[in-house]
Write a protein that binds this ligand. Structure first.
Ligand code: HAM
Length: 420
């Protein structure tokens, strides 16, 4: 039996790859426009990093991590997210001593042992940015605008932005007690999952998609009503900055996020177009994380977008205009054995002058080479046979119009580049 890719992982190739390249280009462009610098961390980290950073009681740490012991006996984990690794790296390299604001972006694979379905994978990819060092609402707004700009520039349309405030740790602990008391009263109406969660992580119950939980949640006390004045002011200042930028959002008092490091403003980009996987991206302020990881007090805010979900949403939004690739480059066809060697030197010269060139590697007939040129979707085919070799010329065929002209071999590059 042949071996297949691991469940929940995907090969990316062919036309799909073009969508990824475009996504990566957009991220790079938008990150640069906001003056964020790319940061790459290793794919695995000490398991302790995520246990402490993401939180013992979260789904990610509790049931989704790819954790293994290496040959030296260390417990390592394939990264399920990037924020804890970025913070680890900032502390390790004392980056904030060099510049009190670190603006960093990343894109790369993440690993979670989730139940695979459309838009949910075990290896998936995130693009994200972290703004470290500012406690002020301008930093939250900058991060939200960066994420928003990336989604817009990539061309996704059917998404909304939801925002909430989780307040401070004190606010949450008062609220938590009130919420647990309420959930206790309605315990019998809750799903089994929520009954299990209600003590360890009661805020996550608010996020439940289970119909039984939804009716209980409807009348639950809201964190919003427990917020202190500084938390409320922070949220309103961020909202004012978004209004000022013309960004549309809704305040969702039930939005809590699934990771433990957040406080104050949290947000999510959601869509109805991808079935149950409705979050395309999310993030928020995570001031507690630096001290959770032994890095002292340090305010920070960031987001990550799921690249697969963003691409799926783009496909759903643009179903009518399937991305057809424009013809590009040239196919150089050798007519007869004599032409094979010179064709390779012409190909090399053209490639050096920036032309995208295909030559035949299967020693096919002229007819088969023409068929191949069509399949390769080139703009021109260049034919070189005995007569052309003797005259140092080539026949150039425009694949769209079918028009053919004979040119000096030394002029092929300029003719082709003029049409690119
Ligand atoms: P997250 O909400 O866990 O946040 O993930 C962000 C995005 O990654 C999700 O909205 C979703 O698009 C994508 N994603 C998550 N799990 C999967 C999966 N199994 N398959 C496909 N896509 C998935 C974080 O990871 C935080 N680190 C965000 C952040 C950055 N907060 C502050 N800075």
């Amino acid at each position: 039996m042949s071996i297949q890719a691991v469940r929940g992982t995907k090969d990316i190739f062919g036309d799909e790859m073009l969508k990824w390249h475009r996504a990566e280009e957009v991220f790079r462009e938008v990150a640069l426009a906001f003056n964020y610098r790319e940061f790459r961390t290793p794919i695995f980290e000490q398991t302790e990093l995520f246990k402490r950073g993401v939180g013992q009681d979260t789904d990610i740490v509790g049931k989704e991590m790819y954790t293994f012991e290496d040959r030296g006996g260390d417990s390592l984990t394939l990264r399920p997210e990037m924020t804890a690794p970025i913070v680890r790296a900032c502390v390790e390299h004392s980056l904030l001593h060099h510049n009190p604001i670190q603006r960093l972006w990343y894109a790369g694979p993440q690993f979670r042992y989730d139940r695979p379905q459309k838009g949910r994978y075990r290896q998936f990819h995130q693009f994200g940015a972290e703004c470290i060092g500012s406690p002020h609402p301008e930093a939250d707004a900058e991060i939200i605008l960066l994420a928003h700009e990336a989604l817009e520039r990539y061309g996704v349309r059917s998404f909304s932005l939801e925002i909430n405030s989780l307040g401070t740790a004190d606010v949450r602990s008062t609220y938590r007690a009130a919420l647990i008391a309420y959930l206790e009263e309605h315990k019998d109406q809750l799903s089994e999952d929520s009954q299990k969660r209600m003590h360890a992580n009661p805020l996550r119950v608010l996020d439940s998609k289970d119909e039984r939980d939804k009716s209980v949640i409807q009348n639950a006390p809201l964190l919003r009503d427990y917020l202190d004045a500084p938390s409320r002011d922070h949220l309103h200042a961020v909202l004012a900055l978004l209004d000022n930028a013309g960004v549309v959002y809704t305040v969702n008092p039930y939005l809590v996020r699934g990771l433990d490091y957040y406080n104050h403003v949290v947000f999510e980009f959601t869509t109805d177009a991808l079935g149950t996987q409705n979050a395309i991206g999310g993030g928020g302020r995570y001031d507690p994380l630096f001290s959770m990881l032994g890095g002292g007090e340090q305010p920070a805010v960031g987001f990550s977008i799921g690249i697969e979900r963003m691409i799926l949403l783009h496909d759903a939004d643009h179903a009518e205009t399937s991305a057809e690739q424009q013809p590009r480059g040239v196919y150089i066809s050798a007519i007869g054995d004599e032409a094979r060697l010179p064709v390779q030197s012409i190909a090399l010269q053209l490639r050096r002058s920036g032309v995208h060139v295909v030559t035949d590697l299967l020693r096919r007939s002229v007819k088969a080479q023409m068929k191949d040129a069509n399949r390769e979707n080139v703009a021109f085919t260049i034919m070189i046979g005995e007569a052309e070799l003797a005259a140092k010329t080539a026949v150039i065929k425009d694949m769209k119009t079918g028009e053919q002209v004979t040119v000096e071999q030394t002029n092929i590059g300029s003719v082709v580049l003029a049409h690119e």
